[in-house]
Design a protein around this ligand. Structure first.
Ligand code: NAD
Length: 543
C-alpha cells in the first residue's frame, strides 16, 4: 500500500488527493486517482484544442488521465503570458526569489508521499528510485537558494587602470527559457533545470514528455504553492516534434534533456535563431573495477549503477571493465546480488526494481538482449521479460561475451542490461571505456583514491565517481553535471547550471583619465607610456 495512505505516514496536504487504493483487492481500481485531483493538475496545461491524450500506468497498463493537448497558438499564448510575468519577476529581489526556492524545498519534503505515488504511477519505477526525485529537487532548491548571491549578485572585477577603471558584471536574465524534458525522472526533470532559471529572473515554458505529464503538472502546482506567480511557469502538452519547434522559435534559451538524436535537432534549430541551448543527452556509461577494489562495495555499486530505475537513467552503467585478478570474485558477487533483487510493480518500498515505462522501451531492451544472445553472448542473470509482474517488465540482466557486432556493445540500451568485460592492463581499460561517441558518466572502484583521481582525468566523461556509482557527483549540486562529446553540451548544477540562464553584462566606469593621449601628448608618446605601464603591471603581478 502507498505510504501516502498508510497509517502514521500522514496524508498529503492536497485535499483532493485521492491516492491509490490497496491493489490486492481490486487491481483495476488500485491505481486510480480521484477525478477531482487529476482535473486540478490537468487544468494547468495551456491547451485550447479540445483534444486530449491518454496517460497509462505501466504498473498495470490501465488509463490514469487524459491530458489536454496544446496547439501552436497555445504555445504562442504561453510565451505571451510568460514574458509579461517575467518582466515583473525580474524586479523581485533575489532574496525573495531565494525564499521561494526554500519553500519549494520544504514543500517537496512535506508532500513526498504524494509526489512518489504519482511518479510511480506514471513511470512504474520502484519506490526507492522514486524517492530520488523529491530528494534531488530538495537538494537543488536548497543549493541554489543558499548560493543565489554568490552566482547572481553583481561582481566587481579588476579594471584595466587600477583605481581609475571600475568594472562590474551583472547577470541579466535571458527572458523566457524553454524546457523540454524526458519521462525517465519526470518530477526532477521538470524542476531541477527550472529552479535556477527562475532564481536568475527568467520565466519558463515547459514541455514535459507526454507519458509523464501528471508528475510535471504536480511540480508546477507545487511551485505556485511555494509562491511562484502562476503565469511565470507555463506548461504545454503535445508531441515534441510539433511543439518543439514552436518553443524553440520563441524562447530566449533552450534547456533540453533527452536522446542524442533529438538533441542534434534541437541544436540545429537553436543555431538558426542564435539562441543558446544546453543539451543533456544519452550515454553508454562505463565502470572500471581495478585489481585493488573493495569487491563487495563494487558489486553493490554495480547493482545500483545498472538497475536504478530499471536502467532508464542517463548516468546508468551499461559497460563494466573488471581487472583480470578480481574478475571471477566480482562477477560471483555481482550476479548473486542481482539474483537476490526483489522485483515488483508496486507502490510499496519492497521492490528493488520496478518496470520499464512503455512497450517501446520493452521492445528496445528485448531486441538488444535477443540480438546479443543470438550472436553468442552469455546471460549470467536475468534476460527475460516478465509480463507476470507488469506489462513491460524486464529482468535485471548481466551479459558476458558481448562483441562489437552486437547492438548493445556501443548503442545505449536505456534499460536494465549491463555487459561485463575483462581487462589486463589499465591503459587498455581506459581506452575501451573511452571508445564510442558518448561521454556522460563513469565510475572507478579502487582502494587507491589518488590513483583513481589520476585515472579519472583520462576518462572522457563529464562526471567520474570514485567508489560510488553516480551519486557522488550527481548529488553534489555544486559540481557541474553533463556530458562530453555526444552526451551533451553545457551543464546543469553548480555555477554553470545557473549562469547558462543569464547574459553576463560588463559595466565599466572610467574616472579621471581617458583612454587616449592627454595634455598635448603625441600618439607615439602615448604608445610609449602605455608600453611602459604594461611592463610595470606585469612586474606587479596584475592579471
Ligand atoms: P527523446 O529525445 O525522444 O524525448 C525527450 C523529450 O524531447 C520529450 O519531451 C519529447 O517529447 C521531446 N522531443 C522529441 N522529439 C522532439 C523534437 N524533434 N523537437 C523537440 N522536442 C522533441 O528522448 P527519450 O527517448 O524520451 O528519453 C530517453 C533519452 O534521454 C535517453 O537517451 C537518455 O539517455 C536521455 N536522458 C539524458 C539525461 C541527461 O541528463 N543526460 C537525463 C535523462 C534522459
Amino acid at each position: 500500500m502507498s505510504e501516502a495512505l498508510g497509517a502514521g505516514a500522514g496524508s498529503p496536504s492536497d485535499p483532493t488527493y485521492g491516492g491509490p487504493h490497496d491493489p490486492e483487492h481490486d487491481p483495476r481500481a488500485s491505481y486510480a486517482l480521484e477525478p477531482q485531483y487529476v482535473a486540478r493538475l490537468t487544468d494547468r496545461v495551456l491547451a485550447t484544442t479540445g483534444t486530449t491524450n491518454p496517460v497509462f500506468s505501466p504498473l498495470d497498463g490501465a488509463p490514469l488521465a487524459n491530458i489536454p493537448q496544446s496547439s501552436a497558438a497555445d504555445v504562442e499564448e504561453a510565451f505571451r503570458r510568460a514574458r509579461a510575468a517575467q518582466r515583473a519577476w525580474a524586479r523581485v529581489s533575489l532574496e525573495e526569489r531565494a525564499r521561494i526556492l526554500h519553500r519549494v524545498h520544504d514543500l517537496v519534503l512535506d508532500r513526498q508521499a504524494e509526489i512518489m505515488d504519482l511518479i510511480q504511477l506514471e513511470s512504474g519505477k520502484a519506490r526507492k528510485h522514486a524517492f530520488d526525485e523529491p530528494m534531488h529537487v530538495a537538494l537543488t532548491a536548497r543549493y541554489y537558494a543558499r548560493t543565489a548571491h554568490q552566482h547572481l549578485a553583481p561582481a566587481r572585477v579588476p579594471g584595466v587602470v587600477p583605481g581609475l577603471t571600475q568594472v562590474e558584471i551583472n547577470r541579466v536574465p535571458k527572458g523566457v527559457v524553454g524546457i523540454i524534458a524526458p519521462w525517465n525522472y519526470p518530477f526532477t526533470m521538470a524542476l531541477c533545470d527550472g529552479l535556477p532559471a527562475l532564481l536568475a529572473g527568467n520565466a519558463v515554458v515547459s514541455k514535459p514528455d507526454a507519458q509523464t505529464m501528471l508528475s510535471a503538472l504536480l511540480a508546477a502546482q507545487l511551485l505556485e504553492e511555494a509562491g511562484v506567480p502562476r503565469d511565470l511557469w507555463q506548461v504545454v502538452a503535445g508531441p515534441g516534434r510539433v511543439l518543439g519547434s514552436e518553443i524553440i522559435g520563441r524562447a530566449d534559451y533552450i534547456c533540453f534533456t533527452g536522446s542524442t538524436a533529438t538533441g542534434k535537432v534541437i541544436a540545429r534549430q537553436a543555431a538558426e535563431r542564435l539562441i543558446g541551448c544546453s543539451l543533456e543527452l544519452g550515454g553508454k556509461n562505463p565502470i572500471l573495477v581495478l585489481r585493488d577494489a573493495d569487491i563487495e562495495r563494487a558489486a553493490e555499486g554495480a547493482v545500483r549503477a545498472s538497475f536504478s530505475n530499471a536502467g532508464q537513467l542517463c548516468v546508468s552503467t551499461e559497460r563494466m571493465f573488471v581487472a583480470d585478478q578480481v574478475y571471477d570474485r566480482f562477477v560471483e558477487r555481482f550476479v548473486a546480488r542481482t539474483k537476490a533483487m526483489s522485483l515488483g510493480a508496486t507502490l510499496g518500498w519492497d521492490a528493488d526494481m520496478g518496470t520499464l515505462i512503455s512497450a517501446d522501451q520493452l521492445e528496445t531492451v528485448s531486441a538488444h538482449v535477443e540480438d546479443a544472445v543470438a550472436k553468442g553472448a552469455r546471460v549470467l542473470a536475468g534476460g527475460n521479460a516478465r509480463p507476470d509482474l507488469a506489462p513491460y517488465f524486464f529482468e535485471p540482466t548481466i551479459l558476458e561475451g558481448v562483441t562489437p557486432e552486437m547492438t548493445c556493445f556501443g548503442h545505449e540500451t536505456f534499460g536494465p542490461v549491463v555487459s561485463l568485460y575483462r581487462f589486463h592492463d589499465e591503459a587498455d581499460a581506459i581506452a575501451r571505456a573511452n571508445d564510442g561517441e558518448y561521454g556522460l558518466n563513469a565510475a572507478i572502484y579502487t582502494r587507491d583514491t589518488r590513483r583513481g583521481r589520476a585515472l579519472a582525468r583520462q576518462v572522457k566523461c563529464g562526471t567520474v565517481n570514485i567508489n560510488e556509482a553516480f551519486g557522488a557527483t550527481f548529488a553534489s549540486l555544486a559540481a557541474p553535471m553533463g556530458g562530453m562529446r555526444e552526451s551533451g553540451m553545457g551543464r546543469r548544477q553548480g555555477a554553470e547550471g545557473i549562469h547558462r540562464y543569464t547574459e553576463p553584462q560588463s559595466v565599466g566606469v572610467q574616472r579621471l583619465l581617458r583612454f587616449g593621449p592627454v595634455l598635448g601628448m603625441s600618439d607615439q608618446a602615448y604608445a610609449k607610456v602605455m608600453n611602459a605601464s604594461l611592463r610595470l603591471m606585469d612586474k606587479l603581478g596584475r592579471a
